[in-house]
Design a protein around this ligand. Structure first.
Ligand SMILES: O=P(O)(O)OC[C@H]1O[C@H](OP(=O)(O)OP(=O)(O)O)[C@H](O)[C@@H]1O
Ligand SMILES: Nc1ncnc2[nH]cnc12
Length: 172
């Protein structure tokens, strides 16, 4: 089963030169969406996961069902200004733009093993910022999991010593 067949590629979105990988076509197919989450579940089976954290918004559609499938909790990593309780925050650069991510201060108990999940690894800005936030809260990052990895942008280089699991690879 090649999940690539269910991902739509849109050239020049959201700006010229970006080849956008659109997962809505995969999410739209209940069987394939489930197979993708099941495959990630199989690939993370050896990691001792207490919690999954996922960055807004597309990290939720991967991280939350994976957490449900594994029977562990889910922690939302949100864009600045969205979480109601006390937060820690960090800024980062994206393939197209800049943003700021936040987590609730009490979202993770020190020493908990956390898998960070997202739809896509591009420059690694989002995920390395997520790693930093989780670590600031005392979490132990046991790995990262993605549907898609854009190899040329080398996001892995921003995740030294961290396991990176991805289902589908594109050069860029
Ligand atoms: O590896 P990076 O260069 O950081 O890029 C990957 C991130 O970019 C996208 O999110 P985006 O910020 O566009 O937000 P969205 O999920 O709300 O669409 C994607 O869902 C990843 O989180
Ligand atoms: N090329 C891309 N396609 C989809 N989401 C992205 N997030 C960052 N780069 C992306």
């Amino acid at each position: 089963m090649d999940f690539k067949d269910y991902i739509r590629v849109i050239p020049d979105f959201p700006q010229p030169g970006i080849s956008f990988k659109d997962i809505t076509t995969l999410l739209n197919d209940g069987e394939k969406y489930r197979l993708a989450i099941d495959e990630l579940k199989r690939r993370v089976a050896d990691l001792k996961i207490d919690l999954i954290a996922g960055p807004e918004a597309r990290g939720f559609v991967v991280g939350a069902p994976l957490a449900y499938a594994l029977g562990v909790g889910f922690v939302p990593i949100r864009k600045s200004g969205k979480l109601p309780y006390e937060t820690i925050e960090a800024g980062y650069d994206l393939e197209y733009g800049k943003d700021k991510l936040a987590m609730h201060k009490d979202a993770i108990k020190p020493g908990q093993n956390v898998l960070i999940a997202d739809d896509l690894l591009a420059t690694g800005g989002t995920i390395s910022t997520s790693v930093n936030l989780v670590r600031q809260l005392g979490g132990n990052v046991v790995g990262t999991a993605f549907l898609i990895e854009l190899g040329e942008l080398n996001g892995r280089a921003k995740l030294p010593g961290i396991e990176v699991i991805s289902l589908v690879h594109y050069d860029f």
